[in-house]
Design a protein around this ligand. Structure first.
Ligand code: AMP
Length: 193
């Protein structure tokens, strides 16, 4: 069962690559950012609560995210595996998610509940990519804050995963196709097709 978490700074290409890999393995691509943006557009209670944080480039509170992900993973389509994109994003989210996986008991492969892919891209490339993307929250000030938030709150997860699970590091500073090939090669070692 393919269970992968895509880690990496904003602009690393997580969304694009997670979507391609999810299609390849025929598992759902679950992006917390996408689910939140849908909620904001629909003005749901979650969307109304999340919007201000997102506009500033801050993280939405852990409990809102944990409830949202729990609900999404209960969907029938997520029972045969998943690719998570943009979650967990804090040590608290990772710890809570790890507990949930342990309670569920289902191991993915090689003794881990899931595997984590870290896409590595230098800072200057990230900023250039984000500035050219033109998403609602891609204003320069918000971008700077998102990167800072990433280094403060999300980057510590690299050590967390190194200690607990199998961390796969892939160079994300390349053409989309080249990164996808490198990813497939790395993932195929764990989940041969
Ligand atoms: P993304 O599409 O992954 O870049 O996420 C866009 C925005 O949604 C982030 O800047 C956060 O405000 C919020 N967000 C997405 N995923 C999470 C998460 N796991 N925890 C907290 N906030 C999140």
């Amino acid at each position: 069962m393919v269970k992968l978490v895509f880690l990496g700074p904003p602009g690393a290409g997580k969304g694009t690559q997670a979507s391609l890999i999810a299609d390849f393995y025929e598992v759902p691509h679950i992006s917390t950012g996408d689910i939140l943006r849908t909620n904001v557009a629909e003005k749901s209670s979650l969307g109304i609560q999340a919007r201000n944080y997102m506009d500033k480039g801050d993280l939405v509170p852990d409990q809102l995210i944990l409830d949202m992900v729990k609900e999404r993973l209960e969907n029938p389509d997520a029972q045969k595996g998943w690719i998570l994109d943009g979650f967990p994003r804090t040590v608290t989210q990772a710890e809570e998610f790890f507990k949930k996986c342990e309670a569920g008991g289902e191991k993915a492969k090689s003794g881990s509940f899931f595997h984590v892919i870290n896409l590595q891209v230098p800072d200057d490339v990230l900023v250039a990519r984000l500035l050219s993307r033109g998403r609602q929250d891609d204003k320069e000030e918000t971008i700077r804050n998102r990167l800072q938030v990433y280094y403060q709150q999300t980057q510590p997860l690299i050590e967390f995963y190194k200690a607990r699970q199998q961390l796969i590091i892939v160079d994300g500073d390349n053409y989309i196709d080249a990164v996808t090939s490198a990813l497939k090669q790395a993932v195929d070692k764990i989940y041969p097709k």
